[in-house]
Write a protein that binds this ligand. Structure first.
Ligand code: CMC
Length: 428
């Protein structure tokens, strides 16, 4: 492909074109400022490629999502979460032997240092679980060497995957005042999480295989999504040389916002609000379209997908099956389907390519599993962890990585003369 040409102030400059394996095209503008003195302006980075990556491919126009070349539908149907975590981090699907080894290592690192329990005790019961999650993950760097050698980094990866499950469940137990339940090495990742969340020392807890499998599938669907807000945060923090735990902790904080991972909680709150308001979803579709009203249909729209989010398709189908098999009749599922139908028939949503995203139906499944609403975004974080790790590793090993440091166009005052305190006028 020809170089891209830009003409500025009678000067013509050329930029090499870079083409990905799926024919995505970018102009490499690394020399732009040096040659022209100008920079690009792209708030929200919607037109900016921050890296080359081999991990995840999304075609937002066609509704395609692949991890390392494998379609999300195949992975959700045939793989386990740890299988997918291995794929994302190490680049290929593991053999049986490799998966067994990975699984064994993870189960052996799932305990937390006993002193860390004191951290949970320091939080009020009302603490948002995402805040607890991010701070406890950050504090792991106080317990384990930050990972200067490849061996240390690898061990920290295992530690983090193993311990995040335990940290997430402990944060819930703390919030409801129940004793912490320790991990069990004979259980799979998702089943162990359910056991740590819902078992109590005073009676047996039987794991429902359907719920464990559904949770595992949900974790797979969330496992990576290329350069989204939290992943870009992980890469950005890591680009300064910060360790894995600190970088992932920052990613958890980024994920907590309602426009990102926090949307799954916001969807349920929205559906509940519509239900209590007599189920008048048309009213809320109109509110979402009104530019003077800040209300948005949560769980709708996506920066990259201008077609159905393929993850939402899998989750919607699963919600029907799982709720049916569990004998649960959730009025919010019917409401969600009606809202989706009304919105998809509406020109406002069609013209803007606003479709249900991953968060639209996931909360309904979490509810069916007994997971409380304030833990939904924590579930997203558990799922996204392997993606964050894979992207952090790729950033670290990429010889083109430089500290992430965007520029700006300054729009403030020009130089002003300093005014001594006694001479300053009150600002109107
Ligand atoms: N309801 C109503 N209008 C919407 C919505 C919505 N949910 N989303 C976007 N729009 C409109 C927006 O007002 C704008 O209209 P106009 O062109 O007339 O000004 C147009 O669609 C484009 O929206 P945008 O805000 O420029 O799009 P964006 O790419 O900056 O934002 C988004 C993407 C996901 C933040 C946004 O669609 C949104 O706020 N959705 C609701 C929150 C949500 O569900 N977030 C989860 C995203 S998926 C999981 C994840 O990444 O964590």
């Amino acid at each position: 492909m020809d170089n891209a040409r830009l003409s500025i102030n009678d000067q013509e400059v050329e930029f090499p074109v870079t083409v990905g394996t799926e024919q995505e095209v970018g102009f490499d503008i690394r020399k732009l400022r040096g040659q022209t003195g100008a920079i690009t302006v792209d708030p929200g980075f919607a037109n900016t490629g921050s890296c080359h990556s081999e991990i995840t491919f999304i075609d937002g126009e066609k509704g395609v999502l692949r991890y390392r070349g494998y379609s999300i539908e195949d992975l959700a149907e045939h793989s386990t979460f740890l299988d997918v975590a291995y794929l994302l981090i190490y680049g290929s699907l593991p053999t049986r032997e490799e998966l067994d080894g990975f699984n064994t290592e993870i189960t052996r690192h799932s305990l937390l240092h006993e002193d860390m329990k004191k951290f949970f005790e320091g939080y009020p019961a009302s603490a948002p679980p995402m805040s607890v999650l991010s701070t406890i993950v950050a504090s792991l760097s106080a317990y384990y060497p930050s990972g200067n050698s490849e061996e240390e980094v690898n061990l920290n990866i295992i530690r983090l995957i193993a311990k995040l499950n335990t940290i997430a469940a402990f944060s819930y137990k703390k919030s409801i005042g129940q004793p912490y339940i320790y991990p069990r090495n004979d259980l799979g990742y998702a089943a162990d999480f359910l056991h740590m969340m819902f078992a109590v020392p005073s009676e047996d807890y039987e794991i429902n295989a359907l719920i464990a499998r559904t949770l595992d599938m949900l974790l797979i669907l969330h496992a990576d999504h290329e350069q989204n807000c939290s992943t870009s945060t992980v890469r950005m923090v890591g680009s300064s040389g910060a360790d894995l735990f600190s970088s992932i902790s920052a990613g958890i904080s980024a994920l907590s916002g309602p426009l990102h991972g926090g949307a799954n909680t916001a969807v349920i709150n929205m559906l509940e609000m519509i239900r209590q308001d007599g189920g008048n979803f048309q009213k809320y579709v109109e509110k979402a379209k009104d530019k003077d009203d800040p209300f948005r249909l949560m769980g709708f729209g996506h920066r990259v997908y201008k077609n159905f989010d393929p993850r939402a398709r899998v989750i919607k189908k699963s919600a029907d099956e799982v709720l049916g098999q569990l004998g649960i009749n959730d009025p919010l599922l019917d409401l969600a389907k009606q809202l989706e139908r009304i919105a998809l028939e509406d020109d406002y949503f069609r013209e803007r390519g606003l479709y249900p995203n991953v968060d639209f139906y996931s909360g309904i499944l979490y509810r069916a599993m007994g997971i409380p609403t304030n833990m939904f975004t924590v579930m997203f974080a558990l799922g996204r962890l392997p993606g964050w790790i894979a992207q952090w590793m790729e950033m670290k090993n990429d010889p083109n990585t430089r500290i992430n440091r965007p520029r700006q166009i300054y729009t403030g005052h020009n130089h002003r003369h300093y005014v001594q305190i006694g001479h300053r006028a009150i600002q109107e």
